[in-house]
Design a protein around this ligand. Structure first.
Ligand SMILES: NC(=O)c1ccc[n+]([C@@H]2O[C@H](COP(=O)([O-])OP(=O)(O)OC[C@H]3O[C@@H](n4cnc5c(N)ncnc54)[C@H](O)[C@@H]3O)[C@@H](O)[C@H]2O)c1
Length: 276
């Protein structure tokens, strides 16, 4: 019987590889025998098959990074992200515009049977309430300039940028999965809950610790980066060949609590509004 979790013989791309969930996923893939190539604007402190420096807020750097890549990439992981302590536009650029550029730019290098996995967020969980607005944003041509112009014209929808960009990332994942299904390429994302990465102190500047803890869910703790890295690695593995268009919520049971009514999101959000 074949080990479908194995990454032997697979070349993999990790955008946002320096720290946190992206680093955890890249290390997991290497443990499973895969070849990990990384992209980030910060140097990783562990060994990769190659590393390309790129600031994903700069479209010309993204274009030249994409132009430097050589086929094949059997698995693509987009793990880069910025928190709401950065500007709305920086959030939109890194959390969705560069994600979209990478997904579409790398696509020709991905053979049939390949897969992509992105990181969205529980912060985008209400995307279904916002489909028309998000689809309008995603109907722009994919350039940073078009995204920026749309955001300027729709500042009320974009708000602080993080939630909007994460909602857009989830909907983009679903749209993209269906668009490329005929090419034999799967596309999924995860929506993490609170996770103990270098981004966490940034969230703590934006929301008080008690509010962050309110989102912990029944497991009553933050996740470790590996608890997001391994599910990403599973989604891009041959063990997940019937999974595409999935937004995998990994939140220690928070969404399950909401679905059953044990957790009241409105109560939490009104507490958050009062505290900020
Ligand atoms: N930590 C959490 O609680 C949490 C919760 C939900 C979602 N997320 C999402 O998870 C993803 C991974 O974040 P993380 O928690 O591992 O934090 P992290 O800060 O450790 O990882 C983010 C990575 O993206 C890279 N990056 C950021 N801006 C970049 C840029 N302009 N150009 C190139 N690289 C850039 C960083 O250098 C880093 O390697 C992000 O999309 C984040 O929004 C995090």
């Amino acid at each position: 019987m074949k080990n479908l979790f194995s990454y032997e013989g697979k070349r993999c791309l990790f955008v946002g590889c320096a720290t946190g969930m992206g680093a955890a996923a890249a290390k997991a893939v290497q443990l499973l025998g895969g070849e990990a190539h990384g992209v980030d604007y910060r140097e990783p402190d562990y060994k990769l098959a190659s590393f390309t420096s790129c600031d994903l807020r700069d479209e010309s750097q993204v274009d030249s990074m994409l132009g430097s890549l050589e086929a094949p990439f059997h698995a693509v992981f987009y793990c880069a992200g910025l928190p709401p302590t950065y500007s709305a536009l920086d959030n939109v650029k890194v959390n969705i515009s560069a994600l979209r550029k990478v997904a579409e730019g790398v696509h020709p290098l991905v053979p049939r049977g390949g897969a992509m996995a992105f990181i969205a967020s529980m912060g985008g969980m209400q995307f279904m309430d916002n489909l028309d607005v998000l689809n309008d944003f995603l109907s722009t041509d994919g350039s940073f300039a078009a995204a920026e112009a749309w955001c300027e014209a729709h500042a009320d929808n974009v708000n602080e940028g993080y939630g909007f960009s994460k909602q857009a990332a989830i909907l983009y994942t679903i749209n993209r999965a269906l668009a490329v299904v005929g090419d034999g390429v799967r596309v999924n994302c995860i929506s993490p809950g609170s996770t103990d990465t270098p981004m966490m102190p940034e969230f703590e500047k934006f929301a008080p610790p008690e509010m962050i803890k309110a989102f912990y869910g029944p497991l009553d703790r933050a996740a470790q980066p590996e608890e997001m890295g391994w599910p990403l690695v599973f989604l891009n593995s041959d063990a997940a060949t019937f999974i595409t268009g999935l937004n995998l919520i990994i939140d220690g049971g928070f969404a399950a609590g909401m679905a059953t009514g044990l957790i009241d999101l409105n109560e939490i959000l009104s507490g958050l509004a009062e505290a900020t």
